[in-house]
Design a protein around this ligand. Sequence first.
Ligand SMILES: [Zn+2]
Length: 83
Amino acid sequence: MKISDYVIFTEKEVIDMEYSFTCPTRGCNFSVKVNTQSDDWAVEKIIEVSSVHDRQAHPNLPSMTVQQIRNIVLLDVKERVRI
Ligand SMILES: [Zn+2]
């Protein structure tokens, strides 16, 4: 391994977290995964994608609020990190 490779590796040593969101609607398998180190960024992306999904797949259901989605996403991440 060259020294330059090692430096690049240590700069990226913090491992991305995998955030995921699965559509809570019964029978719907839609899910989103985002790899990042930022809770806020992950939630923002998931909300972006899932709101489009809601409009297309479940136009008759009320959309989840930002806070509801955020709670689901962050709870899921914390559960997996604990393992
Ligand atoms: Zn769905």
